[in-house]
Design a binder for this molecule. Structure first.
Ligand code: URP
Ligand code: ZN
Ligand code: ZN
Length: 462
C-alpha cells in the first residue's frame, strides 16, 4: 500500500515510550505505522525523534488590553512561531466583555484566527460576569466545541468573580460537560498590597512580585478546589507557579478528585531574581502570577514527573519592551509598575525548553510527550485526533534533532516581539521538521515560504 508520504527511519516517541517505525500518511491522517512503508514522498527521519505535534492550551493572541494596547503577536505571527517551535495546536482565550454575549466574543476571536492561524486552533471563553443568560449560553458553547471557561479570582472590579458566581459556573459545567479554568490569586488582598506599595512610593517593576505573594496563589487554589468539591465539578488551575499551590492540587488528586493543573516554562526556568535587573528591565518579567523564589521550580518539576501536574502550557502573552505609538508595550508602566502590560512570550520556546529538560534528566522522554502533547489533547477534548501517533490521528508530526543546539534569541525568533525572556539560553535539541495534517510547515529548521492555514477545532466535552 502506497502512502502520500512516509516519515521514515525515525525513533517514534509517545507518552508510552520509544520504538522504531515508519509513519504512512494519507489524506492528512496517519494511515499506518509499521516497518518498511513506501510512499510517493519520503521524509527521512533517521537520527531524529518523531513526536506528535505539541499542544499549547494557554495562549493570548491578538488580545486587546483595556483599550490601551494589544498583544504584539496576532494569530499569523504567533501561530507561525508556535509551529517553528513544534507546537501544532493551540487553544487561545476568547474574552467576553461585560454586558455582551459569549457568542459575540467567539465571533470576534474566530475572525482574528480564521484564515490567519498556521496551526490548528480552538478557544476557551473567559467570563467577566455571571448571568442567567450567560449560564444558558455556556451550554450552547459547549455544544459548539468551546468547552472550557476561564474565571478570575483576581482583578476585582474588572474580571474577578465572587465565590458564589464561581460556584454557579462550576455547577453549570458539571451539567453541560464543560470545565472551569481558574486564574487563582486572591485579588482583594493583592489590591490592598498594591495600594500600600504605591503609597510608599514603590513604583518600579521590582515591587511587582511583592504585591502578588505566594500565599495569595495558594489560598485561591485551595478555595477554588473547595468550591469545585462542593459543586461536584472538574476544575483546571491555569499557570500554577508555586510549591504551596501544588500541595493543594496534590492533596485533592490524592483524594481522587477531578482536579487538574498546568504550569508554564517561565515558572520552571526563571525565578524572581529577574526582578533585580537594572533600570526598567524587570518589566520584561511582569506577569501574573509573578516569577517565584528559587526552590519552587524543583517542586514543579517533581509535580510534572509524578503526575500531580498534567500540562505545560505557555500563557503566551507578548508585549514589546519598547513598543510603538500604535502598539505601546511594557513602557506603559514606567513610573507605575501596576500599568505594565502583564505577560511573557513563550509560544515558540516551550517544546525546546522541555526537550532540553529531557536532555538534562529533569523529565523522561515519555513524560515530555505526555505534558506537552498528549495530556493537553486529552484534557481539552482533542484526543486522539491530536496528541497521538496513532492510525486515524491527524498527521501532526514533529521531528526533533536531539543533538543540534538551538540558541534562543530575539534576533532569530519568529515571535513578533522585541525581547525573549530566555535570551542567550542554548537548548540541546532543535525542531527540524513540522508537518500539520501531513503538510510541511517547517522544513530543515526553517518555516516554509507560504505555509498552509490551520483549521478551527471543535472540541468534545470530556
Ligand atoms: O500576566 C499574565 N499572565 N497575563 C495573561 C493573562 C492571564 O492572566 O493569563
Ligand atoms: Zn490568568
Ligand atoms: Zn493567560
Amino acid at each position: 500500500m502506497r502512502f502520500d508520504l512516509v516519515v521514515k527511519g525515525g525513533t517514534l516517541l509517545t507518552s508510552e515510550g520509544a520504538r522504531k517505525g515508519d509513519i504512512g500518511v494519507r489524506g492528512g491522517k496517519i494511515a499506518e505505522i509499521g516497518p518498511s512503508l513506501s510512499g510517493r514522498k519520503v521524509l527521512e527521519a533517521g537520527g531524529t525523534y518523531v513526536i506528535p505535534g505539541g499542544g499549547d492550551v494557554h495562549t493570548h493572541l491578538d488580545m486587546p488590553l483595556g483599550g490601551v494596547t494589544v498583544t504584539a503577536d496576532d494569530f499569523a505571527t504567533g501561530s507561525l512561531a508556535a509551529a517553528c517551535g513544534g507546537t501544532t495546536t493551540i487553544i487561545d482565550y476568547a474574552a467576553q466583555t461585560k454586558g455582551r454575549s459569549m457568542r459575540e466574543a467567539l465571533d470576534v476571536w474566530r475572525r482574528k484566527a480564521d484564515g490567519r492561524s498556521i496551526v490548528d486552533y480552538g478557544f476557551h471563553m473567559s467570563l467577566p460576569e455571571v448571568t442567567e443568560k450567560g449560564l444558558e449560553e455556556m451550554d450552547r458553547l459547549v455544544r459548539e466545541g468551546v468547552t472550557t471557561f476561564k474565571l478570575f479570582m483576581a482583578y476585582p472590579g474588572r474580571f474577578m468573580l465572587g465565590d458564589g458566581d464561581i460556584y454557579r459556573v462550576m455547577e453549570r459545567s458539571r451539567g453541560n460537560g464543560g470545565m472551569v479554568l481558574l486564574h487563582a490569586e486572591n485579588g482583594p488582598v493583592i489590591d490592598v498590597l498594591t495600594r500600600e506599595a504605591l503609597r510608599r512610593g514603590h513604583r518600579s517593576p521590582r515591587f511587582h512580585p511583592q504585591v502578588r505573594p505566594v500565599a495569595a496563589e495558594a489560598e485561591a487554589v485551595s478555595r477554588a478546589l473547595a468550591l469545585a468539591d462542593m459543586a461536584g465539578a472538574r476544575v483546571y488551575i491555569v499557570h500554577l507557579s508555586t510549591a504551596k499551590a501544588l500541595a493543594h492540587v496534590r492533596e485533592a488528586r490524592r483524594a481522587e478528585r477531578p482536579v487538574f493543573a498546568e504550569t508554564c516554562p517561565q515558572y520552571l526556568y526563571l525565578s524572581d531574581k529577574e526582578y533585580l535587573r537594572p533600570g526598567f528591565e524587570a518589566a520584561k518579567y511582569v506577569m501574573a502570577p509573578p516569577l517565584r523564589p528559587r526552590g519552587n521550580e524543583e517542586a514543579l518539576w517533581e509535580g510534572l514527573r509524578s503526575g500531580w501536574l498534567q500540562v505545560v502550557a505557555t500563557d503566551h502573552c507578548s508585549f514589546d519592551y519598547r513598543g510603538t505609538r500604535k502598539r505601546p508595550g511594557k513602557e506603559l508602566g514606567r513610573g507605575d509598575f501596576t500599568k505594565i502590560p502583564g505577560g511573557v512570550p513563550g509560544i515558540e520556546t516551550r517544546m525546546l525548553l522541555l526537550w532540553d529538560a529531557v536532555q538534562r534528566g529533569l523529565l523522561s522522554q515519555a513524560r515530555f510527550v505526555e505534558v506537552a502533547c498528549t495530556a493537553p489533547a486529552k484534557l481539552f477534548g482533542l484526543y486522539p485526533r491530536k496528541g497521538a501517533l496513532e492510525r486515524g490521528s491527524d498527521a501532526d508530526i514533529v521531528l526533533i534533532d536531539p543533538f543540534r543546539r538551538h540558541m534562543i534569541s530575539a534576533k532569530t525568533h519568529h515571535m513578533n516581539v522585541d525581547y525573549n525572556p530566555y535570551e542567550g539560553l542554548c537548548t540541546r535539541g532543535s525542531v527540524k521538521h513540522v508537518l500539520i495534517r501531513g503538510r510541511d510547515v517547517v522544513r530543515d529548521y526553517e518555516p516554509v515560504p507560504r505555509p498552509p492555514k490551520g483549521v478551527f477545532l471543535k472540541r468534545r466535552p470530556v
